[in-house]
Ligand binder design. Structure first.
Ligand code: CP3
Length: 343
């Protein structure tokens, strides 16, 4: 059997047509997702129901034939498994109990206990490994420590990650201890996903862009390097995708510094820049602006061709620069795929 296209790109091969998947490909823009979420009751119940979570993971594969499926779960399940309270306010987003000092970090559950809460997620991975078409790659994921910490400290999403930056400067010991707990728990969590059947893992550092200078090295690069080397020691040859979103110049050399096999690029940089400065080190993923999935038309076609062309000279996985939004039109996703595949 020829190797799956995503795995070939991750191994550094330049393919005539880039393989494609999409961040948040299972989500609210799909009517079949909304139906299954209603059946589950709410978003968290859906995440912890292996049959239904596997079903929504498969929906975009059936509809579009993407080259990869990403496990349906959330980066905030890990804090919950560590003992944080987690709930979702409709129309507003996640809410968590907050951590503001060393006592809060010490009150977290032992990292080895996360599997009690996360066992249904591993069950979803097992179901998917058995059910996916043979050409489709299964991607597991977790949040990177900095991004997860921003939610655990603030108790919600924040525009500038102010509370996390404040703790970092006022109580460095507590902040660093929290980063270390999340780092070690993430290794256990991702390793269990791989043991259950995930073929690739992705680390989402959605708020990496707010770390500047030495902070970027200490809290985006170093934790990623630690997670990736530990995972590769346990699972030799495991491909890893890292997404230090809005990392800007931090993207340069990120693969070498962390051991990642692929760097996912957001759409705040041009594909030409990313080809010249990041793809020279290996595979990149990205970076069509998600708004094209709302607006569509000839602009979508031209922007899609632009991304494909800019990355044609090296290994590339086509994707959006960030997740698809709930107001996207499913027909525009098909138009993007047809354009990438040259139909
Ligand atoms: O990509 C996929 O299809 C796989 C599943 C997945 C989800 N979240 C499902 C989800 C993945 C990989 C994530 C990652 C995630 N979750 C990130 C990192 C990536 C990024 O978007 O930057 C972050 C920061 C979160 C935390 C989170 N989860 C937020 C801030 C929100 C609310 C905002 C929003 O988009 O609604 C969620 C909810 C969430 N996670 C939804 C989905 C499908 C929507 C929930 C719903 O159905 O109501």
């Amino acid at each position: 059997m020829t190797k799956k296209t995503i795995l070939r790109a991750l191994a550094g091969e330049t393919l005539p047509t880039p393989p494609i998947w999409m961040m948040r490909q299972a989500g609210r823009y799909l009517p079949e997702y909304r139906t299954t979420r209603a059946e589950a009751g709410d978003f968290l119940k859906l995440c912890y129901n292996p049959e239904l979570a596997a079903e929504v993971t498969l929906q975009p594969i059936r509809r579009y034939g993407f080259d990869a499926a990403i496990l349906f779960a959330d980066i905030l399940l890990l804090p919950q498994a560590l003992g944080a309270d987690l709930w979702f306010e409709t129309g507003e987003g996640p809410r968590l109990s907050t951590i503001g000092d060393m006592a809060g970090v010490r009150a977290l559950r032992p990292i080895a206990d996360i599997h009690e809460t996360l066992a249904p997620i591993y069950e979803t991975v097992k179901l998917l490994a058995a059910e996916l078409p043979r050409e489709t790659t299964l991607i597991g994921f977790a949040g990177a420590p900095w991004t997860v910490a921003t939610y655990m400290i603030a108790g919600r999403g924040t525009k500038d990650q102010g509370p996390a930056h404040a703790l970092k400067s006022s109580d460095r010991a507590a902040f660093s201890a929290l980063i270390d707990v999340i780092t070690e728990a993430t290794i256990l969590y991702l390793s269990a996903q791989v043991s259950a059947g995930a073929e690739v893992v992705k680390l989402f550092d959605s708020w990496a862009g707010s770390l500047k200078g030495q902070d970027f090295t200490d809290f985006a690069v170093k934790p990623a390097a630690r997670i990736i080397s530990a995972l590769k020691a346990m699972h030799p040859g495991l491909p890893v995708i890292a997404f230090p979103r809005e990392g800007g110049d931090g993207y340069v050399g990120f693969a070498r510094a962390t051991g990642a096999d692929c760097v996912a690029i957001d759409n705040s940089v041009t594909p030409e820049w990313a080809a010249a400065h990041v793809q020279i080190d290996g595979c990149v993923q990205g970076n069509l602006a998600p708004h094209h999935m709302v607006s569509g038309g000839q602009e979508l076609v031209e922007a899609t061709r632009h991304v494909v062309k800019a990355f044609r000279g090296g290994p590339h996985i086509f994707n959006l620069g960030h997740g698809i939004t709930p107001d996207a039109n499913p027909d525009n996703v098909q138009l993007m795929i047809d354009t990438v595949r040259g139909a």
